[in-house]
Design a protein around this ligand. Structure first.
Ligand SMILES: [Zn+2]
Length: 121
């Protein structure tokens, strides 16, 4: 079962709900899927939202997110986001070239996340 989140405040919401019960934000953005919104949230100005987006995309096994997650997995500017992206990418595609590379060596957090290869919830 997919858990749905409001991508403005990350409260859990019911699938198909029109607005978020907590912050009132519209949940129906025309032309954008939930997955696409999450991928966009990987660039959210607030860090905890970027982390949440990475974690959720991993749990969803989002194939569409692999390219962006791979980019972040190699970007050491935020080690925690990097590790979360690595964990998500490893859940989606354990054999991804970036995961293989990070298992061999890389920043400590990213390497640990790649080796962990978390299988999801
Ligand atoms: Zn909300």
């Amino acid at each position: 079962m997919t858990i749905w989140f409001c991508l403005d405040c990350f409260a859990t919401v019911d699938e198909g709900a029109g607005t978020c019960a907590r912050c009132g934000s519209s949940l129906q953005v025309p032309g954008r899927t939930y997955e696409q919104k999450l991928i966009r949230a990987l660039s959210h100005p607030l860090r905890d939202r970027r982390l949440m987006a990475a974690e959720i995309l991993g749990k969803l096994r989002s194939q569409a997110a692999t390219e962006r997650l791979a980019e972040i997995s190699l970007d050491g500017s935020d080690p925690y986001l990097q590790a979360e992206a690595v964990r998500a990418l490893a859940a989606i595609d354990p054999e991804h070239g970036v995961i293989r590379r990070l298992k061999e060596g890389g920043p400590v957090l990213a390497q640990a996340a790649a080796r962990e290869g978390r299988a999801g919830p």
